[in-house]
Design a protein around this ligand. Structure first.
Ligand SMILES: [Zn+2]
Length: 500
């Protein structure tokens, strides 16, 4: 529901969802107080005679360092690299969660997780009362279209709000089609572009799903370690969910190399789709086009014995690529930490659309380099609760869903429970409902090293205090009864690297 439309409703006609949203928004505002930082009221929308058209592409599960322009990806992403060379590349862009639904909810609303509620208390559907990016842009006169290969980024999860056109597949159809390639994004975007009104600006949102597991076994994958045959890959069980691997045994270094190679092959496939989409737009000479490419979370390849994503707030799943190409903006590398919700704030600002009550600072605030002026901490969280999935997915019992998410792992196999990462550059504190906190140093982009609290006791104490207050405020760590700590907890934690 767009802000204007809701404002017309008499208060008594508001639904419970509205009230839930109002409560959620209240939590959002008071969080600024909890974290000791009053929210930025935001700068007034920039006025422009000709608002830009906006292209927002999420390459799902794209870990930043799998992008060639970000590090060691050996030629995986020529199209994204070319875009980065022409635009602004953010080296410290962070997702608010390690999985699809909460991250997309923040990216597509500009709100922090406690304000939209998705990803807390098992909530997975974006409430109708949240004013989404597409709703705000449509209210500002934009044509809006969404194309998603990911079943979780669908109307069943509330993500079609505000789109004139949204790729029609339901979550069930996407699952049945194996998701990857369930729709022909290039063809659908081409048809939509040809049918649009060329006199009005547009907003196109796309989710490309290729890098998400199960990874594709390709005969011609040049990212596999040398000498690896397709049979070696098949015997590893690739093609299934990798999270199910880790509980049987820890994959060897060689096996992790194979999994990463398979993943990079899928990253390259997504980049090829991106290239085709950019070429479509290029061929139409769209005037004043802003292009943003990012991801919703990364992926683990054995760090701390983790594979897949979820159940982690480590750097490998939170740091995502973010590239913005905008007419008139000089190419730059921006090291200042930003969040996915800043993307929504900036897109709305450039479009001249309504931004209230979004408190995100946007991509343009502050300096190019890490901001030492004590901005509000960046928040990322994972709530290990049973999900309330939409009935249409017929997911089985809540226990079955949770067991699937846990990959059949036992309590001693991996880290469980609610977790929270608070980042105030250059430090991050990872708070766990069940384990001791970790204090990390993020000075090197993409690499979190252990920090000694005595190096900066004030920063450590402040982050610990804030993490506890935040967790208490949003109800993290309060629903652990169903999965008590394992008897051999300490031993398990040591083996996982969480304690010495
Ligand atoms: Zn995802």
């Amino acid at each position: 529901m767009a802000g204007l439309a809701r404002a017309k409703l008499p208060a008594m006609m508001r639904t419970d969802r509205d009230h839930a949203w109002i409560r959620a928004a209240f939590i959002g505002f008071s969080l600024a107080f909890v974290l000791g930082c009053p929210g930025d009221k935001g700068t007034p929308p920039e006025k422009s005679a000709l608002p830009p058209s906006l292209l927002l592409v999420v390459i799902d599960t794209l870990r930043a360092d799998a992008v060639s322009a970000y590090g060691d990806g050996p030629g995986t992403t020529p199209n994204l690299d070319a875009l980065a060379a022409q635009g602004q590349r953010f080296t410290r862009a962070y997702a608010p969660s390690p999985w699809t639904v909460p991250s997309h909810a923040s990216l597509l609303s500009g709100l922090e997780i406690p304000a939209h509620g998705v990803g807390l208390g098992g909530r997975v559907v974006l409430p109708e009362a949240v004013d989404t990016l597409a709703e705000r842009l449509r209210a500002a006169g934009y044509q809006t279209a969404g194309f998603s290969e990911n079943a979780l980024v669908s109307g069943d999860f509330g993500f079609d709000q505000g789109f004139d056109h949204f790729s029609v597949r339901t979550a069930q159809q996407q699952f049945a089609a194996g998701q990857k390639g369930a729709i022909n994004v290039e063809e659908e975007v081409r048809l939509w572009l040809d049918g649009r009104d060329p006199e009005r600006p547009f907003f196109i949102f796309i989710n490309l799903y290729d890098p998400h597991e199960p990874y594709t076994v390709r005969e011609d994958n040049r990212f596999l370690p040398p000498g690896i045959a397709t049979d070696d890959v098949k015997s590893l069980g690739a093609g299934g969910r990798t999270s199910h691997l880790i509980c049987d045994r820890i994959p060897s270094k060689a096996e992790l190399g194979i999994l990463r190679g398979l993943y990079l092959g899928d990253v390259a496939a997504a980049d090829a789709k991106l290239g085709a989409l950019l070429a479509l737009l290029e061929a139409r000479s769209i005037e004043n086009l802003v292009t943003v490419v990012t991801s919703d979370h990364g992926e683990h390849f054995g760090e701390r014995r983790l594979l897949d994503h979820e159940f982690s707030v480590q750097e490998e799943v939170l740091r995502v690529p973010l590239v913005v190409r905008r007419p008139g903006a000089e190419p730059a590398t921006i090291q200042r930490p930003v969040e996915l919700r800043d993307v929504a704030r900036s897109l709305l600002g450039w479009a001249g659309a309504e931004t209230s009550p979004i408190t995100a600072r946007g991509l343009e605030s502050g300096a190019l380099n890490p901001d030492t002026a004590s901005p509000p901490p960046l928040v990322a969280l994972y709530s290990d609760t049973r999900l309330h999935l939409p009935a249409v997915m017929d997911p089985g019992t809540a226990e079955e869903v949770q067991d699937f998410k846990r990959g059949g792992c036992g309590e001693e196999d991996r880290v469980y429970g609610d977790m929270l990462a608070l980042t105030r550059f250059p430090y991050r504190l990872n708070w766990y409902a069940r384990y001791p906190s970790e204090f990390l140093d993020l000075r090197q982009p993409g690499i979190a090293t252990e920090a000694d609290p005595s190096e900066n006791p004030e920063a450590f104490a402040a982050l610990e205090r804030q993490a506890k207050r935040f967790a208490e405020h949003v109800g993290l760590g309060q629903a652990t009864g169903a999965h008590p700590l394992p008897a051999k907890n300490e031993e398990a934690l040591r083996s996982l690297g969480y304690i010495d």
